[in-house]
Design a protein around this ligand. Sequence first.
Ligand SMILES: Nc1ncnc2c1ncn2[C@@H]1O[C@H](COP(=O)(O)OP(=O)(O)OP(=O)(O)O)[C@@H](O)[C@H]1O
Ligand SMILES: [Mg+2]
Length: 206
Amino acid sequence: MKIILIANPKGGSGKSTLAAHIAGYWAWQGERVMLGDLDRQHSAKRWLALRPDRYPTITGWEVKDGEPAKPPKETTAAVLDSPAGLHGKRLEAALKVSNRILVPVQPAAFDMWASADFFRLLAEEKAVRKGQVEVAVVGMRVNPRTQAAKQLDAFLREFDLPVLTQIRDTQLYVQLQPRGLTLFDLPKPRFERDYAQWAPILNWLK
Ligand SMILES: Nc1ncnc2c1ncn2[C@@H]1O[C@H](COP(=O)(O)OP(=O)(O)OP(=O)(O)O)[C@@H](O)[C@H]1O
Ligand SMILES: [Mg+2]
């Protein structure tokens, strides 16, 4: 079973957006997907409640804060959204059930500083050191023509971590939220550019 944890210490870095999208993608792939939400704000859970029945099914995964258990056996893929500042025992518990962790980072100094701390923290985690959990990074809300994008690029190069892609800053993701949808529920030809930005993440997920 594939289980991916989405985490970053910084609030608003794009965790829930990434979590919902990965669940949506897997659902289209025919996986039996569960989406769990460790955040008390319940963004992922609320988003899922709005998802129309006619789209590929994502099932809610009830996870207890601090002790996420394995999802039911029939599940083939699961996504775990997490709150800002996940650390210590709660991070350890989430890593214990996951085999991958994806970290969204926005091109801004506050986000990069917090992410640097988090990368160091992750590197010390037993599950990561032992290679039981694979770590990757995604640039989120990146406008490639900005200085900030260049700074993010330089910053991420300092770490020995795969940087999969850069997702652009677009209202598309904001508009999809209240509809319970993802980019993958939209016609591909109209959103070619965005699909292309997701492709490296989807490849990594295989
Ligand atoms: N690529 C993007 N372009 C534009 N807006 C985005 C993008 N990604 C996320 N957002 C928006 O940024 C806001 C924060 O994203 P999201 O809720 O996914 O972050 P989060 O890390 O889960 O936040 P929190 O720490 O509060 O749980 C949301 O309103 C979301 O729609
Ligand atoms: Mg969130």
